[in-house]
Write a protein that binds this ligand. Structure first.
Ligand code: CA2
Length: 149
């Protein structure tokens, strides 16, 4: 089984408690359980990190090298600000898929910029919690192709 690390950034621990119109009514625990169930038939196992602290996320990305085959990241608002996260992702050379619950391109202009996108395989946004399942599907397909080479 290939191991995948799913990282969630600032304030995503609050999911399901506020702003359900924007972010849905599922909690982060619901999403993590859904990811675990979705990953198993794909031959993936999933671990999770959520932090409100940029440095904790950066340390987790550094530590992922050698243990995980891929990363799925919803960096929350750090998406739009963090060159440090971008550099950490580039440095570990692991495939990463960027996820957002909301369609960041249909929201305020400051959410249209992502410092994660240039170092990601791709970005999935606007599909709510389903975005994490879509990211697992995409990661599974990517790793299967990469194994062939
Ligand atoms: O749509 C996404 O997944 C975001 O990454 C969520 C971030 C936002 O800053 C990004 O622009 C897009 C915000 C996460 C805040 O999550 C909350 C959840 C419930 C209640 C309050 C905040």
């Amino acid at each position: 089984m290939s191991k995948i690390l799913v990282l969630n950034g600032p304030n995503l621990n609050l999911l399901g408690t506020r702003q359900p119109d924007v972010y849905g009514s599922e909690t982060l625990k619901d999403i993590e359980e859904m990811c675990t169930a979705h990953a198993a038939p794909l031959g993936l196992s999933v671990d999770f990190v959520q932090s409100n602290h940029e440095g904790v996320l950066i340390d987790a990305i550094h530590a992922a090298r050698g243990t995980y085959r891929g990363l799925i990241l919803n960096a929350g608002a750090l998406t739009h600000t963090s060159i440090a996260l971008m550099d950490a992702i580039a440095s570990v050379e692991l495939p990463l898929i960027e996820v957002h619950l909301s369609n960041i391109h249909a929201r305020e202009a400051f959410r249209h910029t992502s410092f994660i996108a240039p170092v990601a395989l791709g970005q999935i946004c606007g599909f709510g919690s389903q975005g994490y399942s879509l990211a697992l599907d995409a990661m599974s397909a990517y790793l299967a192709e990469a194994h062939k080479e």
